[in-house]
Design a protein around this ligand. Structure first.
Ligand SMILES: *[C@@H]1O[C@H](CO)[C@@H](O)[C@H](O)[C@H]1NC(C)=O
Length: 414
């Protein structure tokens, strides 16, 4: 029996009575709350807006706002950074497919000549921090798969969620990028006690590096390590009958508990790898030490998540010490309780669905410890096979304690 078969059998065995992620929202094409129907119609007519080219890739939640990002893979993306008003969507006619609202405004999101410091062009992942700020990673390009154009430099853009005002815009210096740098993910390292001393860690998945940004110092540095690279034997994928090969290294990152000395472990993995690694945030934050050969062994292998466990984002739940991660080759979500060794028995396929969970792209935990998962059909979209009549985007949600109950991720599991 192959290891894959073992994983599948375990998960089915375990999850007969388990609660699954519930489908909260789904769309064939996303729609927007336009300033007016006239604006909508003219954007359609002049191809400023091509609905099927607007693919959601990132999600995050703050209070009643569920943020979603739509990078400009192709022409016709109307607004990159958007939110669903959760209170309003409950009352609207089309509860399951609410309309998106550009954030912080339409002006900040429109591709126009009037760029401002709040401009958002092509955001991927975001994170809300303990200080009520939204950190957005903007790759700044338009029509990535077509007539590629770098509209604005790669930037970290931070908004105050209480006022919807810009707090900071930091453009990553060209000297810290490589020709083929591609930055799809960021996580934020901060605490309520020291909002100004925040750091962000940005994954350069094709440049195989992490860019560390210090908000306090308004500067960044590039960190390299062999563990940010790929397993070259794992670059081919088969997702919902689409075969493709990618080359993304470092991608998923998540911070663990705060240790007594105030350090935290950062878990991380490459998309094209089964391995999970860890490094202390103190190493990343030390600009001289993080790239010094003497720090090489501070980066440690934890273990292997299982066969074909290609993964984009991951998140850590402090209450249970469980790490949750997308499993794009299994149309599902995996979990591992970090108090246990990382091996095939403890890292499980927690939930999977060959329709609703094709390409789980982003995963987040909200303040009430719900797990949110975004699935899209990105491979189908990129390789030209998106079905215009199919449901292409879904957002699923579940309570963490329910989702891991009676699985090896539950600490009481025998
Ligand atoms: C950076 O790391 C080096 C080597 O461990 C250490 O000597 C130095 O004090 C650290 N710097 C900071 C600012 O922590």
């Amino acid at each position: 029996m192959t290891k894959l078969a073992v994983i599948v059998i375990i998960s089915i065995f375990l999850c007969v009575d388990c609660l699954k992620l519930e489908e909260k929202f789904s769309w064939v094409n996303v729609e927007f709350n336009w300033p007016s129907e006239k604006d909508h119609q003219s954007a359609l007519a002049n191809k400023q807006y091509i609905p099927e080219n607007n693919v959601i890739v990132g999600l995050e939640k703050w209070k009643n706002k569920l943020f979603v990002t739509i990078p400009r893979w192709r022409a016709g993306v109307i607004s990159g950074l958007n939110y669903i008003d959760l209170a309003q969507s409950e009352m609207s006619e089309n509860k399951m497919s609410p309309k998106l609202n550009p954030y912080p405004s339409w002006e900040a999101n429109l591709l126009s000549n009037k760029l401002s410091k709040s401009s958002i062009i092509s955001p991927f992942r975001m994170q809300v921090d303990e200080c009520d700020r939204l950190w957005v990673l903007d790759t700044g390009f338009d029509d990535f798969l077509g007539a590629f154009k770098q509209v604005t430099p790669n930037a970290i853009v931070v908004f105050d969620l209480k006022t919807d005002k810009l707090i900071a815009r930091y453009e990553i210096p060209k000297s810290q990028l490589k020709e083929d740098s591609f930055m799809p993910n960021l996580i934020v390292d901060t605490s309520k006690k020291s909002c100004n001393k925040a750091f962000a860690y940005v994954a350069d998945s094709i440049g195989f590096a992490i860019i560390v940004f210090s908000l306090h110092e308004k500067k960044s540095w590039r960190v390299k390590h062999n563990f940010f690279h790929i397993d070259p034997m794992m670059g081919t994928f088969s997702v919902a009958d689409v075969m493709f090969s990618w080359r993304d290294g470092i991608f998923g990152m998540a911070l663990g508990h705060v240790n007594p000395d105030s350090s935290r472990n950062m878990y991380f993995h490459s998309m094209i790898s089964n391995e999970e690694f860890v490094v202390s945030n103190k190493v990343l934050q030390n600009e001289t030490y993080c790239n010094d050969p003497s720090s090489y062994d501070e980066y440690k292998l934890i273990g292997n998540r299982g066969l074909d466990s290609h993964s984009t984002s991951e998140v850590f739940d402090e209450a249970t010490s469980v790490l949750f991660y997308t499993l794009i080759s299994h149309n599902g979500i995996g979990c591992w309780n970090t108090m246990k060794p990382l091996n095939y028995d403890n890292a499980i396929l927690m939930d999977a669905d060959d329709v609703a969970m094709v390409f789980p792209n982003d995963i987040k935990i909200d303040a009430d410890r719900n797990l949110w998962v975004l699935t899209d059909r990105l491979p189908q979209y990129i390789y030209g096979k998106l079905n215009a009549k199919d449901v292409n985007y879904r957002i699923l949600v579940g309570r963490i304690d329910d989702l891991i109950k009676d699985t090896p991720c539950d600490k009481n599991f025998m």
